[in-house]
Design a protein around this ligand. Structure first.
Ligand SMILES: Cc1ncc(COP(=O)(O)O)c(C=O)c1O
Length: 428
């Protein structure tokens, strides 16, 4: 096993961004302009204002949704026209990735799990003849615990990180602050359960970087992704830790953390009261159909999170996948894949740079890029005509129709995307 050293991960001083991206807001094409349709009047709910205004004045609460039932939005986002935007929050890249198209919409590394993992799962099929035992559960939790330098009672197997989001209402939060733009399932799960939600909108002009002071003090649950889907920003762990408060749970969705070489800003091995981390096996291991992930946190917090789960909440294959994907050979393979992602992303950025009218949100650290281009919907349709699927951006709170998200693929596939975009937008 290669346990991540907790000491190494948790001792850097509070408030120091260890790896604040060099160059700040800049990138190949500079920072994004505020997205069309989302820079309307600043909508605030005074009681939710952050105690301290951000120094840069960038993080903003742009909408708050009330706790009086799932449909009782108190304040509507500018540009929201349907009675309930939850349909839009339900949209994911798998819908954009129509059959037969080259898939740049879904950020899963492989189109199926590697052969060695398929064999492990196939061998585990024999165990489907009995209920998963306490020993099976412990073996999976111990494997993940060893991988992150924790104890088995600090691990909770999940049917994917998505199940973890659905469990959040069990924590009975009074006010949840969702840091956006980000993956939408947590907001959807919380609002559907009638939890009061405030959106904290990060500023494109500041490269969508986290500013802990922009989060309302009253929030007893804060949710953010690291690295963040869809902006590809990797927030400094120290800035995330500044969100921690007595009586508050801070959930870091690290579904893509293993795609960053060395996982420099991961808090998975960090033992802090109220800190909850979700990990996913989906992206790295080509397992979206299995539904496998796990939560890491204080045992009491995990107990509260899981109190309404059924008996045997995850199946024998999920437990086997956890064990297999935490073994040294798997960690070596994922480390190699993460290094390749970095190399391929740098190549893709270099090729996309200079295409007229196309802007890239940089610095990017995840295996996808957020793009902005005028007429985004038309460009997406033109790409479809070229046989390529990309993820629409406008269903992410804070983004608009001109935003598109593209996965980083291997150089040959990336070249096809670049060529299609050059054909559509001009050669530059
Ligand atoms: C940022 C992020 N977190 C979590 C998930 C869900 O992960 P899982 O497949 O483990 O439920 C996704 C899936 O797209 C995601 O993009």
């Amino acid at each position: 096993m290669l346990p991540v050293q907790m000491k190494e991960m948790c001792t850097f001083p509070e408030g120091t961004g260890r790896s604040r991206p060099a160059g700040g807001t800049g990138g190949v094409n500079g920072p994004f302009a505020p997205p069309i349709g989302t820079n309307g009047p600043f909508t605030s709910w005074d009681s939710l204002r952050p105690a301290r205004r951000t120094r840069r004045g960038d993080g903003r609460i742009t909408a708050a949704f009330g706790a009086h039932g799932p449909d009782s939005a108190l304040v509507r986002l500018p540009g929201m026209n349907s009675g309930d935007d939850r349909d839009s929050l339900r949209h994911h890249g798998d819908v954009d990735a129509e059959h037969g198209l080259l898939d740049f919409a879904v950020n899963v590394r492989l189109d199926r799990p590697p052969a060695w993992l398929r064999h492990r799962l196939a061998a585990a099929l024999d165990r489907l003849g009995r209920y998963p035992s306490a020993a099976d559960d412990l073996a999976a939790r111990s494997a993940a615990a060893a991988r992150h330098g924790r104890t088995a009672d600090e691990v909770l197997p999940l049917a994917g990180a998505a199940e973890g989001f659905a469990l959040l209402p069990s924590l009975r939060p009074r006010l949840a602050a969702l840091v956006h733009p980000s993956f939408t399932e947590p907001e959807l799960a919380l609002r559907t359960a009638g939890v009061e939600v405030a959106r904290v909108q990060l500023d494109p002009a500041d490269g969508y970087r986290l500013d802990a002071t922009a989060v309302p003090e009253q929030a007893d649950l804060v949710v953010l992704g690291n690295p963040t889907n869809p902006t590809s920003v990797l927030h400094p762990a120290a800035e995330i830790r500044r969100l921690l408060r007595p009586g508050r749970v801070v959930l870091v969705d690290e579904a893509f953390a293993d795609t960053v070489p060395g996982e420099p800003e991961s808090l998975a091995g960090c033992r802090e009261p109220g800190l909850l981390v979700f990990r996913s096996l989906t992206k790295m291991w080509g397992l979206p159909g299995l539904r496998a992930g796990y939560a890491l946190g204080d045992p009491e917090l995990l107990r509260r999170l899981s109190r309404y789960r059924p008996h045997w909440p995850v199946n024998a294959l999920v437990l086997e996948a956890m064990i297999a994907c935490c073994e040294p050979a798997a960690l070596a393979e994922s480390g190699q894949a993460a290094a390749e992602f970095e190399e391929h992303r740098a190549g893709l950025v270099a090729e996309l740079d200079g295409i007229p009218g196309l802007r890239i949100a940089l610095p990017a650290r995840a295996p996808f890029l957020l793009l902005q281009v005028a007429g985004g919907a038309e460009v997406r349709e033109a790409l479809r005509q070229h046989g390529i699927a990309v993820r629409r951006g406008d269903t992410f709170p804070g983004l608009g129709p001109d935003h598109l998200r593209v996965a980083v693929r291997d150089p040959a596939q990336n070249a096809l995307l670049v060529k299609a975009l050059r054909d559509i937008l001009g050669r530059g």
